[in-house]
Design a protein. Structure first.
Length: 286
């Protein structure tokens, strides 16, 4: 069965302003000028860099130190610019989280559909098996001759066993799922850059400074949880299917896919906590 709807994907491609990309060597910027380090925690500065507002924050602090009436308009414009970038970062989190939620719901809906189809088929085959078994019993009771009775008994038993076997393998039904924009792929392959995640969200997921303990990135830890729990005992062929652009999924495969998407969605939503901390401290400077 084919399933190729793409209703979870954005209707258009987002273009991100390279002016607001994270600065790779931003630590050297902080060391040269301690004005930001004196006002913000190192974690907030990491988040500010991820959101691309580190230069704007620096410019705002400089403007505040200049005691001129003429810079009030500049301060107001810079303040608005910073707020806009934080709002955009928050929207990017919500956008990716919503897409992950949509894909997980899609997988769950398809899994439920296949399970219902499997259950219906199993029920039909089971009823047929019982009916054949009952008819065989009745037929052998009325047949007086030994040889025909055995023939009917064996034939009826074989048909009943065949139907029971068909019921046992009814769960092999699959659906062809197409997902060219697979949100699981970049996490699994641990790419340095992503074409589907916004730069802010991807930086937060892949920089180990934002994970608990700071030993590995959030994306790495998420991948490891998939390996340890969601994909434990899964064949190599099935594992690759989850991160490909399309594949033939059984109901249990779809449930696993939904589980991984939901785990990733939780990690993305948690980024809001980092952004909230930055916003609170930025507000104090305003």
């Amino acid at each position: 069965m084919s399933q190729q709807k793409k209703y979870c994907e954005p209707a258009f491609r987002f273009d991100y302003d390279s002016t607001y990309l994270p600065i790779p060597d931003f630590q050297s910027v902080i060391q040269k000028d301690t004005s930001l380090a004196n006002r913000f925690s190192s974690h907030d500065l990491l988040v500010a860099n991820a959101a691309g507002i580190l230069p704007s924050l620096h410019e705002f602090i400089i403007l505040k130190t200049v005691n001129r009436e003429s810079n009030d308009r500049e301060l107001s414009a810079k303040r608005q610019q910073i707020n806009d970038r934080i709002s955009l970062a928050s929207m990017q989190i919500s956008s990716i989280a919503a897409e992950l939620d949509c894909e997980a719901e899609r997988a769950n809906r398809l899994a439920n559909y296949l399970q219902q189809m499997d259950s219906k088929r199993i029920q039909q085959l089971t009823v047929l098996s019982v009916v054949v078994g009952a008819l065989t019993t009745v037929a052998t009771a009325f047949i007086q001759s030994d040889t025909p009775s055995k023939t009917v008994s064996i034939g009826g038993g074989a048909i009943s066993a065949f139907l029971a076997g068909k019921a046992a393998f009814a769960s092999k039904r699959t659906i062809h799922l197409v997902d060219q924009r697979n949100l699981l792929t970049d996490i699994w392959n641990q790419h340095q850059r992503s074409t589907v995640y916004p730069p802010f969200v991807w930086y937060m997921l892949t920089d180990k400074s934002f994970s608990y303990g700071g030993q590995h990135s959030i994306s790495f830890n998420t991948r490891q949880r998939w390996v340890d729990y969601s994909l434990d005992g899964t064949s190599a062929q099935e594992v690759q299917m989850y991160f490909a652009a399309e594949g033939d999924y059984r109901a249990d495969n779809l449930s696993t896919r939904a589980e991984m998407l939901n785990q990733l969605q939780s990690e993305v939503r948690l980024i809001v906590q980092d952004l909230q901390s930055l916003l609170l401290n930025v507000s104090k400077q305003f």
